[in-house]
Each structure stands twice: as structure tokens, then as C-alpha cells.
Design a protein around this ligand. Structure first.
Ligand code: HEM
Length: 124
């Protein structure tokens, strides 16, 4: 019914864990092909990154997960992330969602949640 649909979480609308894992893997692939952003990830344990990102996307979309990674401020402190790099990374994330065939309406909802973390990670 309509009433039920309204209480469906973004996580469920996206397609649950399987879809979030696809988005995260696509995102890692986009990063790998972008020299500017990849340079930040050269020493990164990609398996851990992917796992923590999936958890975070799950929490952001009101899914049944707990985030076990480090805080966004802790992780990104010292990287001197500029607004340009942040925006470029968001573009790569959008490409990852496009390739996972996430409808734009749902993309926008997820991006809105991600935008809330923006100020925590930008270099000031
Ligand atoms: C768009 C919003 C972003 C989100 C939601 C996000 C999320 C995350 C998460 C969940 C982790 C893993 C934390 C952990 O291992 O405990 C992480 C790590 C990382 N992020 Fe971000 N991130 C974002 C933007 C960026 C940007 C703009 C950059 C650089 C241009 C960046 C560079 C990194 C790097 C290099 C790591 C790995 C750090 C390490 O090797 O330990 N992130 N991020």
C-alpha cells in the first residue's frame, strides 16, 4: 500500500546490501582510473576502505548496519582535501551509482546525506 511505501527506507529502495556493494566496487574502480584522486589512495587498504564505505552508505540510507570505521574527520584530516577534490570525488561517486543503475531520485537522496559529512573532511 501507499502507507507502507512511505516507510520503506532508502536502503531498501536502493536494493539493500548487494546494491551498496556494487556501488562501492564501482566507486573504487572510478577512483583507480582518476589519477588525481587515486594519488590519495596509493597506500590505502582497498578491502578495508570498501568494507567501511559500504557500512557507511548503509547507515546513511537507514539500513540495518553499524559503522565500525574511523570518523570522517579523523580519516580525512591531514589530507588537505580541497573543495575541487571533494567535488571531483562526488562526480566519481555519481558515475559509480550510474553504472549500478541507481535511479536519479535515489542518487539525490544518498548525495544529500553524504553532503552532510562534507565540512568534516575539507581542509580548513
Ligand atoms: C564524498 C564523501 C566521502 C565519503 C563518504 C568518504 C568515506 C570514507 C570512508 C568510509 C573511509 C574509510 C574509513 C576507515 O577506513 O575507517 C574513507 C577513507 C578514505 N578517504 Fe574518504 N570519503 C569521502 C571523500 C573523500 C575525498 C574527497 C577524498 C580525497 C580526495 C577521500 C580520501 C580517502 C582516503 C585516501 C581514505 C583511506 C585512508 C586510509 O588509507 O586509511 N575521501 N573515506
Amino acid at each position: 500500500s501507499c502507507a507502507n511505501q512511505q516507510s520503506t527506507t532508502l536502503y531498501e529502495q536502493l536494493g539493500g546490501m548487494e546494491k551498496l556493494e556494487l556501488i562501492a566496487n564501482n566507486f573504487v574502480n572510478e577512483i583507480a582510473f582518476n589519477e588525481e584522486i587515486y594519488s590519495y589512495f596509493e597506500e590505502t587498504n582497498i578491502e578495508r576502505f570498501t568494507e567501511k564505505l559500504v557500512e557507511q552508505l548503509c547507515v546513511m540510507s537507514n539500513g540495518p548496519c553499524t559503522y565500525t570505521g574511523d570518523s570522517m574527520a579523523q580519516v580525512h584530516a591531514g589530507m588537505q582535501i580541497t573543495e575541487n577534490h571533494f567535488n571531483l570525488t562526488v562526480d566519481l561517486f555519481v558515475a559509480a551509482m550510474d553504472k549500478a543503475e541507481v535511479p536519479h531520485r535515489l542518487q539525490n537522496q544518498l548525495l544529500k546525506e553524504m553532503a552532510k559529512t562534507r565540512d568534516e573532511m575539507l581542509y580548513k
